[in-house]
Design a protein. Structure first.
Length: 221
């Protein structure tokens, strides 16, 4: 039964001029639906966005495979139609991938060591081994939250207050409380939590001292 189904799918994709494009549309629709569901329904099916975009690209490349199959079978008109569809779907892929990239969803994998060291450790003078990833928001303006080890910190690069000029006092704390809630990080921020910040690589780095612990929030500009 499975074998017959696979053959039927193969015939649909490689023996028609539209099959591979229909598969791309279906894949893109399902994956984008999951991304929006993750945003609106709090991680219905959480997964890294790079996998999402890679699968969509594979669906576009599959149209090119269908074109090559048609050329090998000397189906010139079908091959030309598939070439046009490949170009059109690639443009659609670029647009949909950008939309997916911008949709805010909870970060399910920690940033790479290289990214963390270059983006956070070097500007803040906080060692990588003193940071523990707690969560983040995967979007165009990436947000990453870390717990800072209970060791003496060199805060000479930090300035007291919030990095956002229009957010002070309770408004500033409310912003970070929303970040913690979105990322599902169980860290209550009391009214007396202290904020300090420094300029990071393409973003702001904020230290939050609350309940005797220190947290670091990176927000890309």
């Amino acid at each position: 039964m499975m074998k017959k189904m696979m053959k039927a799918v193969g015939r649909f994709m490689y023996c028609t001029w539209y099959g591979a494009a229909v598969v791309f549309v279906a894949v893109a629709a399902v994956l984008c639906g999951l991304q929006f569901a993750n945003c609106c329904m709090e991680d219905l099916v959480p997964w890294p966005k790079d996998i999402h975009i890679l699968i969509m690209f594979a669906a576009v490349a599959n149209i090119g495979v269908a074109m090559i199959v048609s050329l090998c079978r000397r189906k010139w008109a079908r091959a030309f139609g598939l070439l046009v569809l490949c170009v059109v779907t690639y443009v659609c892929f670029a647009f949909v991938a950008f939309i997916s990239y911008c949709v805010p969803t909870r970060m399910v994998t920690p940033p790479s060591r290289e990214w963390t060291e270059a983006t956070i450790c070097q500007p803040s003078a906080i060692e990588y081994d003193n940071l523990t990833f707690l969560g983040g928001i995967s979007t165009r303006e990436t947000v990453a939250v870390f717990a800072v080890a209970d060791t003496p910190l060199d805060k000479s690069r930090f300035v007291e207050g919030s990095p956002w000029v229009d957010e002070v006092g309770d408004k500033a704390l409310a912003s970070y409380r929303r970040i913690m809630a979105f990322c599902r990080i169980d860290v209550p921020l009391p009214d007396d939590a202290a904020l300090s910040y420094c300029d990071g690589r393409e973003g702001n780095i904020t230290l939050i001292e609350a309940n005797g612990k220190t947290y670091l929030v990176y927000e890309r500009l």
